[in-house]
Design a protein around this ligand. Structure first.
Ligand code: DLL
Length: 432
């Protein structure tokens, strides 16, 4: 199957010519960053980069990296470069500070264009109706698809998340051919539709890990092709890479805008086909360009499939993360954030366990086991209060269990084991 290109000059150009464009854009972004004098500029100078003219793509792997902690340390906008910001997006963060990303109008154009390509690769055209069930707000899912769908000239239905009955009604009445939402919500919708036929042909799902088994389940439940889309707010949002109907199960990276590397834990490049941490350089962004951003996401890279119209480098489905960030129903959660909430409550002892419950991969759950300091604490009231406080801080509803003092296991040095994953079988802790 061959799917027409939305932007032939970018997606279908010979890789050698694209490399020239990337090289030119790399120098432009280095120049912008050096001119800003921000943390990245200081690091580049400290690494010996005095002028952009001397930087080549071949040298990129020797340049310093930047990561999420650097963004938090420079909260809210210390890494901003251009002044003409038109909007801000972001994701959850730590220490009460979200990861915030300022966008210029030019950044929004880039985003719209890579998202239009992603939709086009799934077979969407300007006659398409896109049922967009990604959340609208600071999260990039809703508005990312929205910008891309409008850029393509399609009709976007900005349903956002939740209210499943209304979503089903709109799917029946407006007859969309494209569904965009998280994979777990796609399963939820599919189950709620209860085998009722729809007009949907294809879905573009991402923002959280999902497996080939989930893909098969979604395709069965909804009778559609289910494609994977990857992205992160720091780089632009969804559209950094997206599967197309003809990309052999891998995701085409929009590498004319986002140069990709895969590295081992020491930061050395890994060969294509070997899983490594993805590192992106935003070649064209102006609001908050990032040079060598270490994503924490692990995937392998591959060349384009021969004979296909897209000549872009491809990445595998994500294989995991290098840190302990959890993704609960599409929301990024750091165990330290949970800790911050628990430890604010004087009734709670520092012995607790945060459990990522993925027994049902379609509906991951965050479970938190806490120990009250004393027997006299009203456990029900404590659970109720913590659920509220966690919802407030993380934006998701967790399951909280207050257990008997002493029931959370300690390590030899007396510390509680703080994070566990529950994929199947017995709970990691009795009573959870
Ligand atoms: O989740 C952007 C997005 C929205 C992507 C809609 C796709 C669809 P953040 O909230 O900043 O941005 O979270 C980014 O989510 O670093 C990955 O760990 C994870 N992630 C994103 N897409 C996928 C995917 C959006 N397809 C973080 N598979 C990233 C697995 C994903 N994990």
């Amino acid at each position: 199957m061959v799917v027409a290109l939305v932007d032939a000059d970018a997606e279908g150009v010979a890789p050698g010519l694209r490399r020239q464009v990337q090289e030119r854009r790399l120098r432009q972004v280095v120049e912008r960053v050096l001119g800003s004098g921000n943390l990245q500029a200081e690091r580049l100078r400290a690494a010996g980069v005095q002028s952009a003219a001397e930087v080549t793509l071949g040298d990129l792997r020797h340049l310093p990296t930047i990561n999420k902690a650097d963004i938090w340390d420079n909260y809210p906008f210390g890494l901003q470069v251009a002044k003409d910001i038109v909007c801000v997006h972001g994701s959850s963060g730590t220490g009460g500070r979200p990861t915030l990303i300022p966008y210029t109008a030019a950044d929004i154009e880039i985003w719209a264009s890579v998202m239009a390509r992603a939709l086009g690769g799934a077979g969407a055209t300007k006659s398409s109706v896109i049922h967009n069930g990604y959340g609208y707000g600071l999260f990039t899912g809703g508005l990312g698809v929205h910008h891309g769908g409008m850029h393509l000239g399609a009709t976007v239905i900005p349903v956002s998340g939740g209210m499943t009955d209304r979503q089903i009604r709109l799917i029946q009445d407006l007859k969309p051919d494209v569904l965009t939402c998280t994979p777990s919500y796609a399963i939820h919708l599919g189950e709620a539709l209860n085998n009722e036929p729809t007009s949907l042909k294809v879905g573009i799902f991402g923002a959280e890990p999902w497996t080939e088994e989930m893909r098969a389940q979604i395709e069965n439940l909804l009778g559609i092709r289910a494609l994977d889309i990857y992205g992160l707010s720091e780089i632009i949002g969804p559209g950094v890479a997206c599967e197309s109907l003809d990309s052999g199960g891998m995701l085409n990276v929009a590498e004319d805008h986002f140069f990709v590397e895969a590295v081992d834990p020491d930061g050395n490049p890994v060969p294509d086909g070997t899983p490594g941490e993805l590192v992106f350089t935003t070649l064209t962004k102006t609001g908050m360009p990032l040079i060598r951003y270490r994503t924490g996401d692990v995937a392998s890279l591959a060349d384009p499939l021969p004979g296909k119209p897209r000549t872009l480098k491809r990445m595998s489905k994500l294989k995991g993360r290098t840190d302990d960030m959890l993704i609960i129903r599409g929301v990024n959660v750091f165990p330290t954030e949970v800790e911050a909430v628990l430890l604010q409550d004087e009734r709670v002892s520092p012995h607790y366990l945060v459990v990522e419950d993925r027994r049902d991969p379609r509906r991951s759950e965050l479970r938190v086991a806490v120990e009250p300091f004393t027997d006299s604490v009203d456990k029900q009231a404590l659970e109720h209060d913590l659920i509220g406080a966690l919802r407030e801080r993380l934006g998701i509803t967790c399951v909280v269990k207050a257990l008997e003092p002493g029931s959370v296991p300690r390590t030899e040095v007396g510390k509680a084991r703080r994070l566990a994953r529950w994929n199947q079988g017995d709970p990691p802790l009795r009573g959870l």
